[in-house]
Design a protein around this ligand. Structure first.
Ligand code: COA
Length: 163
């Protein structure tokens, strides 16, 4: 019923509108946005789910970042339209794009979010990885796309090189 498509430049403002609808005003003041400022999202991974009528029902974006000079994929924001939540669309977007991330050669992914939701995808708290403040450390979660990829990776999360 829904079509999973890579986000295109033409989708940008429709995606922004869905984020505005799903998140509190001022979402861009969150510290994770400082890692995104001036950095393009990962084009091959950012995706939308459209229903047959055309509007975007759910969206996910990814940004590149670094921890101690290791490349890290930053998942999010992910948002599902309020009338479509609880239908599995968030899970579909996350699992399909993580599969693609593995294919593209990414080794580790992290996010800032609710562990009770993200643990079903394998995300666990990253004890030694520090997001720019203010971030609740309990919400800093990671997943190894390659076995052991987070081992020894510790320190502050910084913008991708060259950004
Ligand atoms: C969070 C969100 C992406 C989940 O997508 P979704 O398509 O609604 O969720 P799914 O259908 O994949 O999964 C539904 C399950 O997740 C649970 N769930 C949803 N949000 C949750 C949360 N924040 N914490 C814990 N569990 C959550 C539901 O209770 C449901 O549980 P069940 O399977 O036991 O019934 C979506 O609800 C959303 O966009 N919310 C507003 C924006 C947001 O909070 N984004 C995430 C930022 S971290």
């Amino acid at each position: 019923m829904y079509q999973l498509q890579q986000e295109t430049p033409a989708d940008w403002w429709e995606v922004e509108a869905l984020y505005d609808l799903c998140f509190a005003p001022g979402r861009t003041a969150l510290s994770s946005y400082r890692l995104r400022d001036g950095v393009p999202p990962v084009a091959g991974l950012s995706a939308v789910l459209r229903d047959p009528e055309g509007p975007i029902a759910a969206v996910i974006r990814y940004w590149p970042a670094e921890v101690a000079e290791h490349d890290v994929l930053l998942l999010g924001p992910v948002a599902v339209h309020p009338t479509r939540q609880g239908e599995g669309l968030g899970a579909l977007l996350i699992t399909e794009t993580l599969k693609e991330a593995r294919i593209l050669g990414w080794e580790r992914v992290m996010l800032v979010g609710d562990e009770p939701y993200y643990r079903r995808f394998g995300f666990r708290k990253l004890d030694d990885v520090v997001m720019p403040p203010p971030t609740n450390p309990d919400r800093v979660l990671g997943l190894a796309l390659v076995a052991g990829a987070w081992r020894g990776v510790r320190g502050p999360v910084t913008k991708a090189r060259g950004a």
